[in-house]
Design a binder for this molecule. Structure first.
Ligand SMILES: C[S@@+](CC[C@H](N)C(=O)[O-])C[C@H]1O[C@@H](n2cnc3c(N)ncnc32)[C@H](O)[C@@H]1O
Length: 405
């Protein structure tokens, strides 16, 4: 009886993933049109357009245009202070829900696999993967690689709690439903050395924008994967239409801190140009980079969804994670000006904010003067590209359409 239960449980993730793949195949087929018009789904998730193709944008003029260079003062990886802010604010509001959305939108991990999480940060994506894999088969593993010590410290702190529970499980023979174990390594992806052909699957959620040498970093992912293995990459779309970051950018400019704009917008500048509004340029670059590293069957989809903050004050904390965040916040006069502008802009311009509960001008200035934001819940749209590809089965790349789902 116990054996049967275990067997059924063991196969559950596989069946779940199989159904997911079948659904995914059907939904990708539905989205095969190159660029479709805006449409909403009942789940609240919005599919604005889908770009599903192989190499359709390769050779377009965008990669040859000279991108606006990123400021040389842009300082990534994240410091320990930024990492703490990231874990306490950004992870819950943005990265954990988007990690889940990302994993749900691309082929899911299967029980028993060894999965690589590239630029794993504080582990939001790794934990989502580990929860799907489960610990029942005792083979499933997640390995997270990140260049920031502070981020990895935060991730390890969380993993220690599960490690304790797993050890207790072993001792008592209890059968708690626990996630697969995760190990983390601090090393830039460009310098990471791994045994070849050892991972069954890899993910990179909002990290590829920061690679200093994309070709080296992506080639290292490629080498570490088994033939046929899937690789999924998420990068934010250009900032246009992502109100929170548009407002933060405008506040920096109005506070005469334009030099920080390229740093703020780095996560939204995969094409290399922080002023670019072209989604095609970003997709083109992503696809080119993946193919250059050796991957095939590259599909890119675009997704938009709301991110929710409890208040304007909470939304403002996003700035504390930026490399210039501490400098901005430690200058009391500058930060007061920045905060006032931010709240005013969000309350007046942010079309996503507190829908249907707009404040009158008097009320607004009163609230901003008194330093309160009235507890307004903030709902802002974020937009991301999800790329999906695979390592060829054999050198030279034997194409297999069955791996396109
Ligand atoms: C926005 S965070 C995303 C973290 C995580 N994937 C998530 O979704 O929460 C970007 C991460 O990329 C890491 N990173 C930046 N450059 C890197 C590199 N060259 N190699 C590995 N990690 C890098 C940073 O340290 C940071 O943790």
């Amino acid at each position: 009886m116990d054996k049967m239960r275990r067997c059924r449980h063991h196969h559950q993730p596989f069946l779940k993933a199989l159904f997911h793949r079948m659904e995914k195949g059907a939904s990708l087929m539905r989205r095969m049109s190159s660029i479709s018009s805006t449409s909403s789904t009942s789940s609240g998730s919005v599919w604005l357009k889908a770009v599903v193709h192989n190499n359709a944008f390769i050779g377009s003029s965008s990669t040859s245009s000279s991108p606006k260079s990123m400021s040389s003062t842009a300082s990534f990886p994240f410091s320990p202070v930024q990492s703490k802010h990231y874990a306490s604010v950004l992870e819950r509001t943005i990265f954990q829900p988007w990690s889940r959305k990302f994993i749900d939108s691309v082929p899911m991990p299967l029980s028993g696999e060894k999965v690589l999480d590239v630029a794993s940060g504080t582990g939001a994506t790794s934990r989502e993967i580990a929860a799907i894999l489960g610990n029942e088969d005792r083979f499933s593993r997640v390995v997270g690689i990140d260049s920031s010590e502070g981020m990895v410290e935060e991730a390890k702190r969380r993993e220690d709690i599960f490690a304790e529970k797993r050890a207790k499980n072993e001792k008592t023979g209890e059968d708690l439903d626990l996630p697969a174990p995760i190990t983390y390594e601090v090393v830039p992806m460009e310098e990471w050395k791994s045994e070849e052909d050892q991972f069954d699957r890899a993910y990179c959620h909002q990290g590829a924008q920061f690679f200093t040498d994309r070709e080296r970093a992506l080639t290292n992912v490629f080498k570490s994967l088994k033939p046929g293995a899937h690789f999924n990459v998420a990068v934010w779309a250009p900032v246009k239409g992502q109100k929170l970051f548009e407002v933060l950018r405008d506040c920096l400019i109005e506070c005469e801190k334009e030099e920080w704009v390229p740093i703020l917008l780095k996560p939204f500048s995969y094409s290399g140009d922080f002023e670019s509004t072209s989604r095609v340029d970003a997709i083109d670059r992503l696809e080119t980079d993946l193919i250059k590293a050796g991957f095939e069957n590259v599909d890119v989809i675009f997704e938009a969804d709301k991110v929710r903050f409890d208040s304007l004050d909470e939304a403002l904390k996003v700035i504390s994670v930026a490399p210039f965040g501490q400098e901005l916040m430690s200058d009391a006069k500058l930060f007061e000006k920045f905060t006032r502008k931010f709240k005013m802009k969000m309350l007046t311009e942010g079309s996503d904010i507190n829908d249907g509960d707009r404040a009158s001008n008097d009320d607004l200035s009163q609230r901003i003067k008194s330093g309160t934001d009235g507890g307004d819940e903030v709902n802002v749209t974020m937009m991301s590209f999800f790329a999906h590809c695979n390592k060829p089965w054999a050198a030279g790349g034997i194409q297999s359409s069955s791996f396109k789902c």
